[in-house]
Write a protein that binds this ligand. Structure first.
Ligand SMILES: [Fe+2]
Length: 309
């Protein structure tokens, strides 16, 4: 069927549909139809796709988010992350994907405390730094949520041998914007590949490994929430990430602990110094408004064309 058929579907929206739904769903319909024509999709192939989407839902639960995993192996979450933050003001720490393993309400610790609730091996690392605005002013009270996997490659919710919220914690920056905690030098791990995301990897002949990384969510009442990850420069997968999330400026260097006896006696061997720069929410909203204005123009144009059709 031709473009005429696609136009018929795109103009079938009722008067109660919003301009945004016309623009976004209209574009989706156009791309899906183009994809189907371009690849001459048959009923059997379409049914394979329908079953594939159904399986994404069937395998997902509160501990597993296959929709995110499938998006990730296709590079979709990395692309969405980049688009979302393209309009942000410069000079702040780069964002990265949140991934499927975030949990809110992780235990609140004091600065310098450890997120290791149970010994699971690995190299203990002291992580320290400051949270500031783009001019270097400290952001007292900034909330830092961090999480990473155990050396067996599993996050606590995937692993019955780890206690709840192991290797996760919430910290607050002090008067000088400083924070610190003890965690593990992160380990490379495979994303779960026993479901639809794994099937895609197999079809594409790709490995499931992610480089060693620590996840961060850093928030403050008047600043834009930063979701990011840091990547270990020495990990071989930092240059070959299965979900395409690595950005150059969030690759970090882990160093030997040095002369910090207080932490050395607790078995800490490594150190990571990592400063975080946030940008004002107001600034982000201002730049994003420009994008919204451009979209509104497209919607106006679309409405005018539909009403004259
Ligand atoms: Fe992760």
């Amino acid at each position: 069927m031709s473009q005429e058929f696609t136009d018929h579907v795109k103009t079938s929206f009722g008067p109660k549909s919003t301009q945004k739904s016309r623009r976004v769903l209209g574009s989706l319909i156009q791309h899906i139809h183009d994809f189907t024509r371009e690849n001459q999709i048959t009923v059997d192939e379409w049914m394979w796709g329908v079953n594939f989407i159904n399986r994404i839902g069937q395998i997902s639960d509160e501990k597993r988010n296959e929709g995110i995993l499938v998006s990730d192996v296709l590079g979709l979450e990395a692309l969405v992350d980049t688009i979302t933050h393209a309009a942000d003001t410069k000079g702040h720490t780069s964002s990265a994907i949140i991934g499927p393993f975030y949990r809110d309400n992780s235990p609140v610790y004091k600065n310098g405390e450890s997120i290791i609730q149970k010994e699971v091996g690995g190299e203990k690392t002291l992580v320290t730094g400051r949270v500031t605005d783009t001019k270097g002013n400290p952001l007292k009270g900034a909330k830092l949520e961090v999480w990473h996997c155990a050396p067996n490659g599993l996050y606590e919710q995937q692993d019955p041998d780890q206690p709840e919220y192991n290797l996760r914690g919430t910290f607050f920056a002090d008067d000088e914007g400083k924070y610190s905690f003890v965690g593990l030098r992160p380990t490379a791990y495979p994303i779960p590949y026993d479901g639809p995301a794994g099937d895609l990897l197999q079809i594409m002949d790709r490995h499931p490994m992610r480089p060693g990384h620590i996840h961060w969510r850093v928030s403050h009442p008047t600043f834009h929430t930063l979701i990011t990850q840091i990547y270990d420069r020495d990990c071989k997968y930092t240059k070959d990430d299965s979900v395409f999330a690595v950005k150059e400026d969030i690759i970090v260097d882990f160093k030997p602990l040095g002369d910090v006896p207080e932490f050395a006696k607790k078995g800490v061997t490594n150190r990571l110094d990592y400063d975080i720069v946030l940008t004002l929410e107001e600034e982000v909203q201002k730049t994003r408004q420009r994008v919204l204005d451009q979209q509104a123009e497209v919607e106006k144009d679309l409405s005018a064309r539909l009403s004259s059709a």
